[in-house]
Design a protein around this ligand. Structure first.
Ligand code: FES
Ligand code: MG
Length: 592
């Protein structure tokens, strides 16, 4: 397999410039000696064995990824058996459910720290241990920037949750339980018990939330071994996959197979198509765009609609469908979905993968999936299920997850055709304001209301909050209106089944048009035209724009200040903009 390096010079490992440089014995001795102090030998470090990093995302404060601490042993065994030496190192933890103000703030911090490690230490390749939502994009962004051979080992979902005879999916059950608590159907104990029933074992969220979506897309990109994403964390296959992944990265180093050989434009288009078919999280567009930008591949938010919208939903997983991770895995997982898409002519079969073979070659022997969970392309759960990308007179772009729009919502809120909704907005200044005022009857929230939330974007929050999927007031829920159209410059949880208009770019805090809205403004949402327009005269909007003052932003930590100063908008991946100038740094900065 041809990698990036087409030159004829004898293959010398990058790590040998630290550990085995005959022209600089002084520095070599310095580099080698300290790695001996826990039992490694000079023979191991100086005999041309690939040095493989294991980028460890698990820890006690990152429970979704914690079992990677154990899986690392199987990775090591694979690395060793294939003739490599493993060096495990920690990367900044990102626990979706534990980090304030939001884990999204830390994606770029983990990315930065990973770049420094991959660039600055004697590593020839790396195993990226991924799982919880932001760990997967952070790792792939780092591997893209440095462009050393890299492979993803997903941690896998928790076992399926059950409560009183029915499935309970992580995250998704929280949204339902909160509604039942608000409606008085559950007390606090019952509420906690219901929510906890979804967290059954080690592993990440078992719904098709951001974690399972992003790990599935890592596989669709060609960055993990086929079948890796969906194996539940406690299954024996997970340990076997760790071992195979460890073996494979050593071979990838020897073949000089790099992220730039794999994460091409075709691979990103494949990821978009797979995202539609699995009903992926609304967090995927910013994450995938960020990975592409760090890889130097042009990918626009509009590509998600153009390439992905008319792809049908094939996977019957919560929140868009019924099942959870175990059923998805047993049904065939990502390879089974990709087989359907390839046979329908929707994938680039020639895209290279970590196996050293193409997507089509990897899928050649994949059998028929369980049709209960993974539908045939011609008989999907939902037609045209990919994201819609909307624009309008108050923003450049926003994303809407179509796969979760159910018939009841469509009947209640959208004429069909032409899918137009007209109503009035009620504006909240952030999550605290929403919680303080949502039950206030004077707001006059009814079935024709669009709930708007602002100051929740990358700069405003900071990091962008998962808050756009706002619930209606309790009285409306009791009256049977379980959801209203919502819109905002934040995100929403991948486990939410809400058809919100989110990731509004640019955000209010940097002067985006959302900042100009006032409660009571009339608004029209026209899904067919992909438009959202405030029905007030341009002159009035202009007057409000002139009167607008940027909000006073309070940074609570040094990183918040650095982040706010450098971050871009969700529609462009929420990257640290200066970091996107550093492409393929080992080669372009004289380090290849
Ligand atoms: Fe970690 Fe969902 S909270 S994967
Ligand atoms: Mg989340």
């Amino acid at each position: 397999m041809a990698g990036s390096d087409q030159t004829q010079k004898p293959f010398r490992l990058r790590s040998q410039r630290w550990f085995d440089d005959p022209e600089d014995p002084g520095m070599t001795a310095l580099y080698v000696e300290r790695y001996l102090n826990f039992g490694l030998t000079r023979g191991e470090l100086q005999s041309g064995k690939p040095i493989i990093g294991i980028a460890q995302t698990g820890s006690d404060i990152a429970p979704c990824n914690r079992h990677h601490l154990d899986l690392a042993q199987r990775i090591r065994e694979g690395v060793r058996e294939a003739g490599g030496v493993a060096l495990e190192f920690p990367i900044h933890p990102i626990q979706e459910t534990g980090k304030r103000p939001t884990a999204a703030l830390d994606r770029n911090l983990a990315y930065l720290s990973l770049v420094e490690v991959l660039h600055g230490y004697p590593l020839d390749g790396v195993v990226l241990t991924t799982g919880c939502d932001k760990t997967t994009p952070a790792c792939l962004m780092g591997a893209a920037t440095v462009n050393i051979p890299a492979i993803v080992l997903s941690g896998g979902p928790m076992l399926d949750g059950h409560y009183k005879g029915r499935l309970t999916g992580s995250g998704t059950i929280v949204w339902e339980a909160r509604k039942r608590l608000a409606a008085g159907e559950l007390d606090y104990e019952g509420f906690m018990e219901l929510v906890a029933s979804s967290a059954t074992s080690i592993g990440h969220c078992n719904t098709m939330g951001t974690a399972l979506s992003m790990n599935s897309l890592a596989e669709a990109l060609g960055m993990s071994l086929p079948g890796c994403a969906a194996i539940p964390a406690p299954y024996r296959e997970r340990g076997q996959m760790a071992y195979a992944t460890g073996r494979r990265i050593v071979e990838m180093v020897r073949a000089n197979l790099r992220p730039s050989d794999i994460m091409t434009r075709e691979a990103f288009e494949n990821a978009i198509v797979v995202a539609s078919a699995i009903g992926a999280s609304t967090n995927c567009p910013p994450h995938i765009i960020a990975i592409a930008r760090h890889m130097g591949v042009e990918l626009a938010i509009e590509d998600w609609d153009r390439i992905g919208h008319d792809i049908p939903l094939l996977v019957d997983c919560q929140p868009a469908g019924r099942f959870l991770g175990e059923a998805f895995h047993r049904a065939g997982g990502v390879p089974a979905v990709m087989r359907e898409l390839l046979r329908a002519g929707r994938l680039h079969g020639g895209a290279m993968t970590v196996t050293g073979r193409t997507v089509a070659e990897n899928l050649a022997h994949v059998g028929e999936p369980d049709r209960e969970v993974i539908r045939p392309y011609g008989r999907p759960l939902k037609e045209r299920a990919g994201f819609m990308v909307l624009a309008g007179n108050i923003f450049d772009n926003a994303v809407m997850k179509v796969s979760v729009i159910d018939e009841a919502f469509r009947r209640r809120f959208l004429s069909d055709p032409p899918d137009v909704f007209e109503g009035k907005v009620v504006v909240f200044e952030g999550p605290e304001d929403y919680h303080d005022r949502i039950e206030d009857p004077s707001l006059g929230i009814d079935e024709r209301t669009v709930l708007v939330i602002r100051n929740c974007g990358p700069v405003g929050y900071p990091g962008s909050a998962e808050v756009v999927n706002m619930q209606p007031p309790a009285a409306l829920i009791r009256a049977g209106v379980e959801a209203l159209p919502t819109m905002g410059d934040g995100r929403q949880s991948g486990t939410s089944g809400s058809p919100s208009i989110l990731n509004v770019t640019p955000e209010a805090a940097v002067g985006g048009g959302l900042a100009l809205l006032r409660t009571g403004d009339p608004i029209r949402i026209d899904l067919r035209a992909r438009r959202v327009d405030v029905l007030i005269p341009e002159a009035e909007l202009e007057a409000r724009r002139r009167a607008w003052r940027p909000p006073q932003l309070l940074n609570k930590t040094p990183w918040e200040e650095i982040f706010r100063g450098m971050v871009g908008q969700l529609g462009r991946g929420m990257c640290l903009e200066p970091a996107t100038m550093y492409l393929n740094i080992l080669e372009t900065r004289g380090e290849s």
